[in-house]
Design a protein around this ligand. Structure first.
Ligand code: NOJ
Ligand code: CA
Length: 554
């Protein structure tokens, strides 16, 4: 594939509410990000993805936008954002924003107009159906029906996510035009591009027919008829032509439901987006991303298979967006390392495993410190709307209260949304006020200050790893090199990167036992590793428990 500027980036995802609070109101803000730019610069990341900061009642923490062109006052002003973008740019850091165009908040003026007057042109901006009961049995992603009754009218509106997030009617050209104008306004403002939210939901099966129920509630997952439906390609092509194509911007799509044989359309040479996130490895511990109480046992072999299948499919046509954490996922330490979640060597090994895959690496705030899940003792301690839904739904499906709490603790989106631990002082130095969401109880041990002052910390490891990808004689191979899986021992993940005469073999031992990996030819040198120095033999490498090793072959 043609070389693109965004292939060289290392992205850091910021959940602004929880990053750093500059004015003591308990909520992270734009000036908080500004103050912490030196920290991000030191880490070495080159691009920030900032989760939604637009005006919003915050029912889904900003993924429910009530005004696309203004910011939520708790985050700051447009001038402050401009200043952040300019200052970051001077430091060599680009900024992308979240683009949420499948739905708005019910407090958006378009929706308010639609509610006020059935004959308003804004009525057709959303999906309304007349009737005295729900038009069909589809279940929303956050539980209960996708249909919500309009007060005082025999009419329902559609929401694929929460009931305060009505879906926009993409069949209406006026909606699409209004959205494209907004997108272009933001690109003109000076951002480098977008992470595009839930974009495969914009097209619905127009028959709106009932589906075979898949739960005791008699409902069926709406994704079967409102995600990646045929006809979506027309909308996505138009979106790209009328907005992104006019700029040298990057677009990273959250596009669940896209099959591997459809990737070309999405991220191929003339694809709709620069890259997309693949969630198959992220959801390996549950039956589906929206049913946390259906746990699935997994092995390192399964993880390996999912990651490599994805890499191979994506490499054929385009570019991958690699991640192990984000604001919708539990901490990767707790999910993938289980009892070893606090073992720093294991955390580093896992970090290297995904970081040196082919694609642009995304680091979620706190991942570079090896943050772990936060176990909550009562449902009252949760903020995330989907955790609350999953709690009650799992009990309807037969779980006890204890089981329900156990399942949401494992999977809750609040695990990764806790305020960032800057130091071991009160509230981890995140705020001088009361944090909007409880601090994790681990901040005394896991915090940025302690790790920045300790050479062998996870923070320093991430810093070195980023530097190695970006600024070493192996950079081009690690960035552009072909990837091929290597056959390895059971609990070891291995792959090879090759580029213009260079070959790097990468091994990651996920087990507490040492593992001997055979090399068919003698390696030239160990170029990167965790843990103790490695002794290479002519025929192989002995990996210590939880060790990562990269060797150069040519
Ligand atoms: C995906 C976002 O990542 C998630 O946080 C949000 O709740 C849904 N889309 C709905 O916008
Ligand atoms: Ca604040």
């Amino acid at each position: 594939m043609k070389k693109q500027w965004w292939q060289r980036e290392v992205v850091y995802q910021i959940y602004p509410k929880s990053f750093y609070d500059s004015n003591g109101d308990g909520i992270g803000d734009i000036n908080g990000i500004l103050e912490k730019l030196p920290y991000l610069k030191e880490l070495g990341v080159t691009m920030l993805w900032i989760c939604p900061i637009y005006q919003s009642p915050m029912d889904d923490n900003g993924y429910d936008i009530s005004d696309y062109l203004n910011l939520a006052p708790e985050f700051g002003t447009m001038e402050q954002l401009k200043n952040l973008i300019d200052t970051a740019k001077e430091m060599g850091i680009k900024i992308i924003m979240d683009l949420v165009i499948n739905h708005t908040s019910d407090e958006h003026k378009w929706f308010q107009e639609a509610l006020k007057d059935k004959n308003s042109p804004y009525h057709d901006f959303y999906i309304f159906k007349e009737g005295t009961k729900e038009p069909n049995n589809w279940r929303s992603v956050f539980g209960t029906s996708v249909w919500e009754k309009v007060p005082d009218r025999e009419e329902y509106f559609f929401h694929a996510f929460g009931k305060k997030q009505p879906d926009l009617n993409w069949e209406n050209e006026k909606v699409r035009e209004a959205l494209y104008d907004m997108v272009n306004t933001w690109l003109d403002f000076g951002i480098a591009g977008f992470r595009v939210d839930a974009i495969t939901f914009i097209k619905k099966d127009q028959t709106y027919k009932n589906l075979e129920p898949d739960g005791v509630d008699g409902l069926a997952k709406c994704t079967k008829a409102s995600r990646n439906q045929s006809g979506i390609e027309v909308f996505l092509q138009e979106l790209k032509e009328k907005t992104f194509d006019k700029y040298q911007c990057v677009t990273v799509a959250e596009a669940p439901g896209v099959q591997y044989d459809e990737l070309d359309q999405f991220i191929g040479e003339n694809g709709f987006f620069s890259m997309i996130f693949d969630f198959r490895h992220a959801d390996l511990d549950v039956a589906s991303g929206s049913e946390w109480f259906k746990r699935v046992p997994w092995t390192v072999k399964d993880l390996n298979k999912r990651i490599m299948t994805s890499q191979m499919a994506i490499q054929k046509v385009g570019w991958s967006a690699n991640f192990i954490e984000n604001h919708d996922q539990p901490r990767a330490t707790s999910k993938y390392l289980l009892a070893e979640e606090r073992n720093e060597e294991a955390v580093k090994m896992m970090g290297a495993m995904y970081f040196f895959l082919k694609g642009t690496p995304f680091i979620y705030q706190g991942q570079e410190l090896g943050m772990v899940n936060f176990e909550r003792e009562s449902i009252d301690d949760f903020n995330d709307i989907s955790s609350i839904d999953q709690y009650y739904r799992s009990m309807k499906e037969g779980c006890t209260k204890e089981e329900a709490l156990y399942y949401i603790n494992l999977r809750s989106r609040d695990n990764s949304r806790t305020p960032f631990p800057w130091n071991d002082e009160k509230n981890g130095g995140f705020t001088t006020g009361t944090p909007w969401l409880k601090m994790t109880e681990t901040y005394k041990e896991i915090n940025a200050k302690e790790q920045m002052g300790r050479e062998d910390s996870i923070f320093h490891f991430y810093k070195n790893m980023i530097d190695f990808r970006q600024h070493s004689e192996y950079s081009d191979c690690l960035i552009y090199g072909e990837i091929t899986p290597i056959a390895t021992n059971e609990d070891v993940i291995g792959y090879e990167r090759t580029y213009e005469g260079k070959k790097i073999k990468c091994y990651y031992n996920f087990s507490k036992e040492s593992k001997k990996e055979t090399l068919e030819e003698e390696a030239k040198a160990v170029i990167f590793h965790t843990g103790d120095q490695i002794e290479l033999s002519k025929t192989g490498i002995l990996l210590k428990p939880y060790q990562a090793v990269l060797v150069c072959m040519e």
